[in-house]
Design a protein around this ligand. Sequence first.
Ligand code: BGC
Length: 869
Amino acid sequence: MCRAPDRLRIDSGGDQFIVSGASPRLSWRLPRTATGQPGYELEATVDGTVLDRVTRTSGSHLFVPWPWAPLRSCERVTWRVRVRGDRGFSDWSEPNCFEVGLLDEDWTARWISPVEGADEGYGMRPAYSLSARFELPTGVRSARLYATALGVYEVFVNGRRAGSAELTPGSTSYDRTLYAQAMDVTDSLRQGSNRLEVLLSDGWYRGKTGGFRLPSGWGTTTAARLELHLWYDDSTRSVIRSGADWTSSRSMITRADLMDGQVLDLGQHAEDAVPVLVDQVVAPGIDWSPAPPVRRIESRPPVSLREVATGSWIADFGQNASGWISLADLGPAGTRTIIDYGEFAGTDGDLTTAHLDMFLTGSPPIVFVQRDEVVSDGDGAVFEPRHTVHGFQYARLRREGAGIDPASVTMQVVHSDLEPTATFECGNADLNRLHDAAVWSFRGNAVDVPTDCPTRERLGWTGDYQVFATTAARLYDVHGFSRKWLRSVRDDQLPDGRIANFSPDGRRTKLMDPGERLARTTGSAGWGDAIVAVPLVLYETYGDREVLAENWDAMVRWVDWALEAARTHHDPSRTGLRPHERFIWDGTYHWGEWCEPGGARESDKGEVGTAYLYRSCATLARIAEVLGRSAEAARYGEVAKQVQAAWRTEFLDESGWMRSDTQAGYVRALAFGLVPDELRAGAVRRLVELLRAAGNHLGTGFLSTGELLPVLADHGYADVAYRLLFQRTPPSWLAMLDRGATTIWEEWEGIDDDGNPHASLNHYSKGAVVHFLHTHVVGLRQAEGSVGWESFVVAPVPHPDIPWARGSFESPQGTIEVEWQDDGDTFQLTVDVPPCSVAVVVFPDGQRATLTPGHFSTNRPAPTGKVFR
Ligand code: BGC
């Protein structure tokens, strides 16, 4: 064996460099020639000291626990690996480097807080500048700045921005979790006098949260904490720390809120700086995030900039996304530019955001606003509002007395810098566009945590990620991103075991009076079940068993709460309870299927609740087995059977028809394995009848849409699945595209027949359909029960309107590539199988072949059209 392992990585985030805690886990990709799980040798140097070589005779190449003594703060590590094959060792891999962050116990800097005047109120507060000067001798070899905040911060070293991460320290449940950032600032320092400045605003910590824009309740005082560590040529070291010698003043950012927007007044005169307040906050220990940072990912010029009224221009960026605009031309000194952001422009060409307003009975409407303002000092500055973030395709710029140069306006797309892991392309332009729209929807909702929409609420709603996690894990490497979010879900869990509706939960439901509206609506099936479903997706996709272990307690508490809720609470319509009804979960709050076309149904809540109760119990049993918890595996396995039996008694008749008789109900039941084998055909037939009765229109909502097409295709109704996929009248995906969607809508008719917008135009849940494009159109899916993609299936389901398709996936074992072409006579297929993987190909005619690592290519007679009855 001569090829070397590659793609070495640790399970940590970082910006300019990867930053770990004390014991990172190591992963690598095996050489193409590897077979089985070969033994390996690891070598590392820590701050130049070579550690003892570690040799293992076998073992996984994924998430290998740190085999040496725990690392210490600021250490710099280089490691490499070689693997042992039948004919000896491979070459050594290229080295991988990372640094250890400043570990919590080693922080000595003090928390510093701004001196604030009278409170302007939520959404109205300025960003503060906290700064200090310090002298440096010559001979600084290297400098690392470690920083964090309760609020959102940016740091500047001698006026130069440190690092490229945005919206730091990110969104976490700040009472329990706080991450810091490490920055290389060596090149920004100089001999003599230097200045460190932090711009600090409310951010997720103390700003507005959710659709009702209520105050986030993590704390009342913002604060920052920084240490600048300097290493000198003579091997000495010194540290500059935040502390009482720093000063505070209002900055030129006179208002900053993540939801409302930001105001920058460049003409504002600097006020006198006063000493900062010190150690005014209580904060959790500092940790290092497993997730990649939020960054500016892409810049897009407007596709048009039109003056719609005197002094009012609409910029259309052609794509709904999250971020902000940068404006390079601010006009003469004193010119004020007001920028409103939104997802929709009406027939008059002007921006409208009324579809995002929120209404709460008994309160005035919450008018949706995302507004930035900038006042020019005539000095050529570029405006970029980095203490806020917006969901938008359009920006309205208003300015009096000066024009706007279109070339000066740019959309900055801002979100978590996730690594793409899949490609998809096929010979059907509509499907390619649909795929793009779903990818953009996920991008727009991946701003440090998975959110519902980047506009109205921006909350990490658990149900949304529960339905989308599998798709997200196909499109991007979401391992660290999701682990970070799950930590928040655990942080926010209520004392009784319920999972908060969204996490991070700035409203702090766990501390609420149980009678409060949000507390009353907490604990819904399909939402709370994210704590069971998402870790399983991560385990299956990435092979990380630890994700199951770290979420185990939280998932058990959730499922136990749900079982108890089913036992003790019943829908008032139930009287004279029969024994199975102790497993029917319909007596506590459920969101239900949610967002079905034509409005939410009230009657299906027990069906949804009980179905999820079954799935979560069954999943818990499976997870218990993986974790070697055999008693729990047996217990939850048994309970799952009882819930399944109860569901059947309550909701299914002897011909496979369901009492609720909705499309969503059948899809869920079939996808979750609730229907006994002998009744499956009847249940699918009924689903197909319902679809045909609706003129080949789907009627599913939030929870089951992603499962609809796979359920149909896997039960012999690929023709029906494709008819829905290609349906052009609403409700359908292509109707969204035909009406101009560039991201997936929250409601099926997000833009109605009259062209009016409704609800959010960027919600990813219904975009889970693109998983089908990978699993059925390209045909690449992970084999049932496979972990880390060691085993997969290639089973394309061709359609006359899709002459070819190709896709790839960066699996933990290596790159998988699939491509097929159907010219009517010949069906050509090529597959690349990475090392340590096995693939089964199922040809459209039903024939099978087993593939081992390597390149595979075949030509067969084209399918005869049997699939399309
Ligand atoms: C959000 C959803 C969320 C739901 C709860 C909505 O307002 O936008 O995405 O899951 O509430 O049903």
